[in-house]
Design a protein around this ligand. Structure first.
Ligand code: GLC
Length: 678
């Protein structure tokens, strides 16, 4: 079949919105299929309740672990006992993992993403084989494309009760059963954890009978869900980790593959198309009438690339999170086959191409608009916000691990290495502030014209805010929120700092310093609810000018100094990495006292985080999942170690070498100073 003509993207114009549809298959007869949050027990109920029709028999097949173990980390998968195959086979553990041991077979519906290219070229979009029936519908007037599946059918083999054949390798169910029993002997989950698991499962969204994500918030009393009934890429990360750490990989794999489908298709915002590699901020599963008007319905994936989002903000962090999650999936499940797929490799490359494209920028940090990350409305973080730099650095490190090096990728890998070195040098050197550095800035000379300038960005000392002078502790420090010509944003942004620790973007000394500062400033950054999204809040004229008078972002509310319990999991990860789990335990214990009672709010308000946020959603999924993930990470630090990075000394060497070649003494001196801080 000539599939490439089927997905001729040009025929989809003009489209304001892309719907990717998947005809409902009658064979999704697995128990508890949920469609748009309606629970049905089998495919016939699915049919009658939701009036979804089935058109083709998409085949289920076993997708399992890659045969053999490649390295130590990969081996950890077998010891950890967490993999999706296991969760399907081994039965229900105390936390409610589904079991389906009766048949001794892995039944995981194949996720349709093979329609992306199977070459390494980013220009062609499809291969000539391995398609499932998928069609892409662009806007209301565009006919959907139908791509028929060609099944090569060599991946599902049923064996006897105790062994399943997964891609040709036998998996002994008895061994996996033992592992599961170990899980069962672990301590009883608390009632709060049980409640959290129930709510997390209630938030699961299904697409054609398969779990593909979790809604942002699931408060039944919410009359105006806006887009909180969608699956957000960034919000799903803690849900994904909770599922992965609990041995449930299927939903994460489905999520990764379905969002990958959304990535590559044309999207248009007011006649302008953003880059091909852009990942949506969120997507929704919609049920719409099938063309032909016989009353049958079908499910479609409807992504939002920012064209509907408040403020039309570009979700720069989505692609970065997608890469980070892809690596986590491999590390925790041991299923490295997923990241090795050509379509997945292409997805990584598309995201990186977008991020690494040459522009007018003078800095190695990524230049973005305001609101391009978790803080997705105007908060004065346009330019080079720390959060994006930390995620960018992490995504580059993930990609370097996952990209298969060949002639087609070697230049990209070299570009990644160069960028990693330059970015870490830049952030370590110019974003870091502590008592000593602030004193240095306080005495800066300005208007220095030369390559030897000390005050490279021409920061006027007057910019040092009065709150900082008293606030900065003697010990510790942090990475500032943003750095621009003539501008340092001295606010403390929690996610960027935590993720700098997790990814080793900061030096070991800096990472330690950040945790020391959080501990020293506990009453400001944690107080009654972990953790402040940023500190301090913008007030008075500053609030009016910088937020544009945003009533949701009033001082000490929402993004403007509100407290976000979802940040707990990132804090926990950072604490475990730095050998300070007791700090995370303290924060989790405090959150535990309130979250369930307060119905799992999205955020808290006031300087000490005492009130539930003014417009806070309840039953906010990433609050729930962040809590569960924190608990599991603390219980199992070995698994936490799969999710963070240590210093990479090769990168440091690169940096020194690159700087030496320029022969600029000043750079060398700075470089040397940076290295000493390691
Ligand atoms: C708000 C948050 C954003 C989050 C979304 C869904 O817009 O600012 O970070 O992804 O809600 O929860």
């Amino acid at each position: 079949m000539n599939t490439s003509s089927c997905i001729g993207i040009s025929t989809m114009k003009p489209c304001c919105r892309i719907l990717i549809g998947y005809r409902i298959s009658s064979i999704f007869g697995v128990s508890h299929i949920r469609s748009n949050h309606k629970i049905v027990n089998n495919s016939s109920k699915l049919h009658s309740k939701s009036k979804l029709s089935c058109y083709n028999d998409a085949k289920c097949k076993v997708i399992g672990h890659k045969k053999g173990v490649i390295d130590l980390n990969r081996r950890a998968f077998f010891a950890s006992g967490s993999n999706w195959g296991e969760s399907k086979i081994l039965g229900k553990n105390k936390l409610g993992v589904n079991k389906d041991s009766s048949r001794g077979i892995l039944v995981i519906p194949h996720v349709a993403s093979d329609f992306r290219n199977h070459s390494t070229s980013i220009d062609s979009h499809v291969s000539e084989k391995g398609f499932e029936s998928i069609y892409i519908q662009g806007g209301l007037n565009v006919k959907p494309f139908v791509i028929e599946k060609i099944e090569n059918g060599n991946e599902v083999v049923k064996e006897d009760e105790s062994r399943v054949q997964v891609n040709g390798s036998g998996v002994n169910l008895d061994i996996l059963k033992d592992l599961n029993e170990n899980v069962e002997t672990e301590s009883e989950a608390s009632n709060i954890e049980k409640e959290a698991w129930k709510l997390l499962r209630d938030a699961v969204v299904n697409y054609c009978g398969n779990p593909v994500g979790t809604v942002a918030a699931n408060n039944p009393a919410d009359k105006q869900p806006l887009n909180y009934d969608q699956v957000f890429i960034r919000d799903f990360v803690p849900s994904a980790l909770a599922f992965l750490l609990n041995g449930e990989g299927e939903i994460v794999k489905n999520f990764l593959l379905h969002t990958l489908q959304l990535q590559s298709w044309e999207k248009t915002v007011d006649c302008y198309s953003p880059g091909q590699g852009l990942m949506p901020a969120s997507f929704k599963v919609r049920t719409v009438p099938l063309d032909g008007g016989d009353g049958t319905l079908e499910e479609v994936l409807d992504p939002d690339f920012g064209e509907s989002a408040i403020g039309r903000v570009a979700p720069v962090d989505s692609g970065l999170w997608w890469i980070i999650l892809l690596r986590a999936y491999g590390k925790i499940t041991g299923d490295y086959a997923l990241q090795e797929r050509v379509d997945v490799q292409t997805g990584i490359r598309l995201i990186l191409n977008l991020c690494l494209t040459d522009g007018f920028d003078m800095f190695p940090s990524l230049l973005v608009t305001d609101g391009s990350c978790m803080i997705d409305r105007r908060m004065g973080i346009h330019g080079h916000p720390l959060e994006i730099q930390s995620l960018f650095y992490s995504a580059l490190r993930c990609s370097r691990e996952m990209l298969i090096v060949n002639d087609g990728t070697k230049n990209l890998v070299a570009a990644i290495n160069n960028r990693l070195s330059a970015l870490s040098f830049h952030v370590r050197e110019y974003y870091w502030v502590d008592m000593m550095k602030i004193n240095e800035i306080y005495r800066y000379k300005t208007e220095e014209y030369s390559v030897d300038a000390i005050n490279k960005f021409n920061i006027y000392p007057d910019q040092i805010p009065s709150w900082l002078v008293d606030w900065i502790p003697n010990e510790g420090g942090y990475l500032i929120g943003n750095l621009e010509p003539g501008h340092m944003d001295f606010r403390f942004f929690t996610l960027g700092n935590l993720w700098a620790i997790v990814s080793s973007l900061g030096t070991a000394r800096q990472n330690e310093g950040i945790l020391n500062l959080i501990e020293a400033k506990w009453d400001d950054l944690v107080a009654h609810m972990p953790l402040k999204i940023c500190y301090p809040a913008l007030e008075y004229e500053e609030w009016r000018i910088i937020t544009g008078g945003d009533p949701k972002n009033t001082p000490w509310s929402y993004h403007n100094g509100g407290s976000w319990p979802t940040l707990l999991w990132q804090f926990t990860l950072a604490c475990i990495k730095m050998g300070r789990p007791e700090l995370a335990e303290k924060a989790v214990a405090m959150a535990e006292k309130r979250l369930s009672v307060d119905q799992w709010p999205e955020y808290y308000d006031t300087q000490s985080g005492r009130f539930i946020g003014k417009q806070s959603r309840l039953h906010q999924t990433w609050t729930i999942a962040g809590y569960l993930t924190s608990k599991m990470l603390l219980e199992n630090p070995a698994k936490a170690s799969l999710l963070f990075w240590e210093e990479d000394y090769e990168l440091l060497e690169n940096c020194v070498c690159a700087l030496s070649k320029t022969g600029r003494k000043k750079c060398l001196r700075f470089a040397a100073r940076s290295q000493i801080r390691v």
